[in-house]
Structure formats: structure tokens, C-alpha cells
Design a protein. Structure first.
Length: 42
């Protein structure tokens, strides 16, 4: 728990980066799904 107290700002940065990575991964997944859907419709 000492590490958590000392590295609070870096933890916040880490979680923010994690959220950004997850949202970008979801966005990429949605885009690829849309491309596959459009391709199958053609």
C-alpha cells in the first residue's frame, strides 16, 4: 500500500492510459466490424 500512496499521480496516468487504450480498441473493433458488415453487404 505504500507504493500506492507514493505513486498516486502515476496511477492516475496509468488508468487514464488504460481507459484510452480500451476505448481505442473498442473503436477499432467497431470500425473493423463495420467494414466487414459493409463488405458482406456488397
Amino acid at each position: 500500500m505504500n507504493e500506492y500512496r507514493y505513486s498516486k499521480p502515476s496511477n492516475m496516468l496509468y488508468f487514464r492510459n488504460l481507459a484510452a487504450v480500451q476505448s481505442s480498441a473498442a473503436l477499432t473493433r467497431a470500425l473493423s466490424f463495420e467494414q466487414v458488415y459493409l463488405f458482406s453487404v456488397k
